[in-house]
Ligand binder design. Sequence first.
Ligand code: FAD
Length: 458
Amino acid sequence: MSLLSVDVAVIGAGAAGMSASVALAGLGLQVVLLDEQGSPGGQIYRGITLAPLSRRDMLGPDYAHGHTLAQALAASTVRYEKGAAVWQVTREHKVTYLRDGRLQTVQARAVLLATGAMERPFPIPGWTLPGVMSAGAAQILLKSSGLAPAEPVVLAGCGPLLYLLGWQYLRAGVQIKALVDTTRPEDYWRARRHLFAALRAWPYLRKGLDLMRSLRSAGIAHYTGAEQLAVEGSEAASALTFSVGGKAQRVATRCVLLHQGVVPNIQFSQSLRARHHWDENQLCFSPVSDAWGQLDVPGIYVAGDGAGIGGAQAAALQGKLAALGIASRLGRLSDAERERQAAPLRTGLEANLRIRPFLDAVYQAKEENRIPADEVMVCRCEEVSAGELRKFVALGCAGPNQAKAFGRCGMGPCQGRMCGLTVTEVIAKARGVSAGEVGYYRIRPPIKPITLGELAGE
Ligand SMILES: Cc1cc2nc3c(=O)[nH]c(=O)nc-3n(C[C@H](O)[C@H](O)[C@H](O)COP(=O)(O)OP(=O)(O)OC[C@H]3O[C@@H](n4cnc5c(N)ncnc54)[C@H](O)[C@@H]3O)c2cc1C
């Protein structure tokens, strides 16, 4: 095992990680940027340096913007390690990762977690059937390999990423059979108090409206206020059923793409035992940090969607702010200089986040799509249903960690990433307490799968 000593280790080469790394290197610090993907870009800009121009064009201008960031990274002194799956970060700033089957360790003076977001689970009847995928996973195939379903798809759920994928699919020539939207008129009503702030972020709002307009003018069947979603099928998906205004609907399809928003990826901040809070608007846990993204673990910072969902531009600004915080901690910047450089970044961040409360209110995932009925599978790895979880609660199970002991829930290869939030919310509802009180899994390394042989290599 090799050991490298650097000033800063950044985990995640998305908008936040790339911006932070370039800024840190510009301040004369020695930076290593680790990412498990084969090229920089993160989620929004996935595969940007490898995508042919035609794919960049098809994915739209927001995607193409990532090229500028990737070029700045390539021109910097940052040591970028692709294909580096980080599986452990310690409170002493030691970062261990697997690359080409070999363990490598970095000892850093500060660590920035820029590991982004994950899609919120969408546990409805039939969601584990072949033919059902998340919209984000479908978009990953499109961005990284230009792959799209060969047969008509149904998009179901809510949120900007769902409509963006619909728009990108239209440009890629994919047939969309229906857009089944769970958003109801009362969601817009609930969000009305944030409308003024959203109007001040007019370019974002206009972008969303344009996406919806393109989908409508393409003549796609659009159902709104859909409830009681279920995927029908025995061996594989054959239809999506739902009701609108009490009327049952059924759309035959072999490909259902589900999405109801993204949530912070908190695997590392949880494994470091940093403090987290339950966000009532975004309905997820977020790490608690100071104005520079520093957690209550000294020298460990967080930026981007992993700190709370804010979108790509906010992520890039947060990355730069974290870089200033780290540089000041490491003695490269005076406090006064840090504040001077941070001021325009904070103004930009505030402008970027204006739209968030409106989006969070309109596209808040519905309780029936977050807290499923008894027969629905919650932990896909260990096959634990919502009903079994409720039985554990009746026997005294108080939270996600006990659920592991009661029935191996969350102990499979995904380490609870797919089921964590659902388990918290099912238990909270069954116990009649808040999700914040129930808490999350006690995450332990390895964060990414590693074989005993690879460990023994150490
Ligand atoms: C599936 C998906 C698709 C999305 N698509 C879009 C989109 O098209 N447009 C849009 O506006 N927003 C999109 N978003 C939202 C988007 O995540 C952000 O707004 C933006 O990418 C956030 O930037 P970030 O730098 O915080 O994180 P990200 O861009 O997500 O970057 C995080 C990086 O961390 C890496 N990483 C995570 N864990 C590890 C580990 N253990 N070891 C090594 N590397 C690790 C990941 O490989 C990734 O490259 C998407 C979100 C998801 C979940």
